[in-house]
Design a protein around this ligand. Sequence first.
Ligand code: ATP
Length: 231
Amino acid sequence: MTAPQQMTPTLVAAARAECRFGSLRAVRDATFAIRAGQQIAVTGVSGSGKSTLLHLIAGLLPVAAGSITWPGLLGDPRLDRTLITVVFQQPSLLESLTVVQNVQLPLLLAGHAEPQAARAAEAALAMVGIGDLRDRMPGELSGGQAQRAAVARAIAARPRLIVADEPTGHLDHDIARHVIGTLQQAARSAGAALVVATHDPAVAGAFARRWHMRDGDLFTEPAPTTVQEAP
Ligand SMILES: Nc1ncnc2c1ncn2[C@@H]1O[C@H](COP(=O)(O)OP(=O)(O)OP(=O)(O)O)[C@@H](O)[C@H]1O
């Protein structure tokens, strides 16, 4: 049974948050809440502010007005970079490291011991279905396999929130669908909430909860304070 959202911890909350680049208000008056375990697609045309919104959510850009807080993430995700992880459009794997070494790297940088990081990396690769590719170099992977490795890297540290910016933008439709399914399943298994920005209606259609950006304005649907969560 799904818990009422009032009982679900709020990870990120924004009240009339605004982000500017010079005089451009790339995100304005954004009011929303992201709760534990939610899965949200953010749609909108190019330049509408999706990436900027995701950067705000991840604490990578400051607000110029309004507020953004992270009550369920120690109050500030910058205190522990494994609380929120990011998946980019390009997998951005380090070419000189094997797949498993790429997945381990953020854990090692976060101070985890090598055996613990290795175990977490193996488990994450198995979770996304590419355990057998652990010793390949990134150049030896297909686009979909490389993005699965990037998903494994994002979930290995068991973050509370995964933010993915057009993670399937460079993939064919069928492969994109599989990668999104993997990302959703992996987030669920790892107990992480998931926010995905996408142009692609088919990708957005895989999410029960959809937000929309238009010229810097955010339209949340369903309204964050009135609807019971169904990830
Ligand atoms: N670093 C920056 N400096 C100046 N303007 C920026 C910067 N980043 C984004 N912008 C502008 O802010 C607006 C929103 O950009 P953003 O990248 O958030 O849109 P988007 O919806 O993610 O677009 P796309 O789908 O093409 O990635 C655009 O007008 C963009 O040109």
